[in-house]
Design a protein around this ligand. Structure first.
Ligand SMILES: [Fe+2]
Length: 305
């Protein structure tokens, strides 16, 4: 992954079976690894965050698959639970513990950039199973910019946030594009554009994903995510309606590949395209198709010339 080339990334999950099964794709098919930093931590009773066994496991995988002349294959961080949108002053101590831990992780993994989700993922001291959407207001944007500024000061200069995957939204879901634009007033802040999230929300909420993409400044996209997801059970919603889920447990759907082909030429500052997959969803028979998806991603990037 050179300074200007677009790399192909794959996510490391904290599951030994997943890491063993997928080891054949970690060499030539992958240029960098995405990790969720919190999967490499454990919390003491006092709340201090310490490195767990997966911290060394991921680090060793980086070294094992290092390209010639490099110490490690590069890492990018994609956090899940920092909670970029939390306004609660009671959450401050937790946020500071996370920042301290991320600083230490940066010393080990040397993340090229760090992202988290555009959402509230901790409320009233509890980690939420489903992230809450942010209101598309100037106040929410200022709050997120403040969090990102702290990450820049403490961890890594290039920071990013991922467009959300929500099952409900306050008002017009397309208004998130306006919130994103306001956050991007912060220099060296970037978007992780998750195309599956855009498509999934469009399917569930009845909007055209292309309309959302038209409203984004794609020149600020540092990384694209692609993934697949299954449907919710019929029994979930009273009327029997099914939702597309953010479950990363299936092949990337064809409409997401189509969106990728359309946006790639417009993402002029893109540095990586990452295939995401969830732990517990990979068996031996899935390795070949995942390798095929990684090859297809490379072809899509190489077609840019
Ligand atoms: Fe993602």
């Amino acid at each position: 992954m050179g300074a200007s080339a677009i790399g192909i990334g794959f996510v490391l999950q904290p599951e030994l079976e997943y890491l063993d099964l997928l080891a054949p794709v970690f060499g030539a098919l992958v240029d960098y690894f995405e990790i969720a930093p919190e999967t490499t931590w454990w919390a003491t009773e006092g709340g201090a965050l310490l490195a767990n066994g997966f911290s060394s496991e991921f680090y060793e995988i980086g070294q094992r698959w290092a390209p010639a002349g490099a110490r490690s294959k590069p890492f990018v961080a994609h956090g899940v639970g920092l909670s970029l949108g939390s306004a609660d002053p009671g959450d401050r101590a937790r946020q500071l513990r996370w920042l301290r831990r991320l600083e230490e992780d940066q010393g080990r993994f040397e993340f090229r950039w760090l992202s988290d989700h555009l959402a509230v993922t901790t409320a009233a001291g509890e980690a939420l199973a489903l992230p809450l959407p942010l209101l598309p207001t100037a106040a929410a944007a200022a709050l997120v910019r403040g969090r990102l500024r702290e990450l820049q000061a403490r961890v890594v200069p290039d920071v990013a946030f991922e467009n959300a995957a929500h099952y409900f939204y306050y008002g017009d879901p397309l208004a998130e594009a306006g919130l994103i634009a306001q956050i991007l007033a912060l220099p060296r802040s970037h978007v992780v554009l998750d195309l599956y999230n855009v498509w999934m929300m469009g399917q569930n909420m009845g909007f055209d994903p292309r309309e959302f993409l038209r409203r984004l400044d794609l020149s600020r996209v540092i990384e694209i995510h692609v993934a697949g997801g299954s449907y919710s059970d019929f029994g979930w919603l009273p009327e029997g309606r099914r939702l597309r889920l953010d479950s990363h447990d299936e092949a990337v759907p064809e409409p997401v590949w189509a969106l990728l082909a359309e946006v790639l030429p417009r993402c002029v500052n893109l540095r990586g395209v990452t295939l995401e997959r969830m732990e517990g969803t990979v068996q031996g028979a899935d390795v070949g198709p995942i390798a095929g998806e990684l090859r297809r991603l490379r072809r899509a990037v190489e077609a840019l010339g």
